[in-house]
Design a protein around this ligand. Structure first.
Ligand code: IDP
Length: 138
């Protein structure tokens, strides 16, 4: 059944000029891009987005990084979108990511790892609503 998920091309990938190549991988894998935009977020906005991680030791580093430059938040759609995007992204740490995954190809480290993808339906709903208004999701 068709499902929506939320993704972000992170500041490291945008800075290195990999946004187009990552979008091509996503489309090649069968995802429809429902909505996409280029934005820069503040540290406070990054903290709001990642509030589930607020107790983790890397929270400061993560929110600093996510507010360090432009990002491409987007809403993607396909059958089994949430799990399939996680598979296409690869492991959080690119050193452990499988060959052919986006993180294997484009990520440099566990922190600066090129792409975000929602991990569950509830998270996807929160994350889509954090970046997009209803009228942007036709
Ligand atoms: P995920 O993005 O693969 O779902 P999570 O464990 O949910 O991974 O962590 C969220 C994000 O936090 C990661 O994508 C990465 O950018 C950052 N992160 C995770 N672990 C570390 C770490 O040990 N050091 C620095 N940043 C980290």
């Amino acid at each position: 059944m068709s499902q929506r998920t939320f993704s972000i091309i992170k500041p490291d990938a945008v800075k290195k000029g990999h946004a187009g190549a990552i979008l091509a991988e996503i489309e090649k894998a069968g995802f429809k891009i429902v909505s996409i935009k280029k934005v820069s977020i503040s540290k406070a906005q990054a903290e709001g987005f990642y509030y589930v991680h607020k107790e983790r030791p890397f929270f400061g580093e993560l929110t600093e990084f996510m507010s360090s430059g432009p990002i491409f938040p987007m809403v993607l759609e396909k059958d089994n979108a949430i799990a399939d995007l996680r598979k296409l992204m690869g492991a959080t740490n690119p050193a452990q990511a499988e060959e052919g995954t986006i993180r294997k190809k484009f990520a440099a480290s566990i922190g600066e790892n090129a792409i975000h993808g929602s991990d569950a339906e509830e998270t996807a709903a929160f994350e889509i609503g954090y970046f997009f208004a209803g009228y942007e999701l036709k």
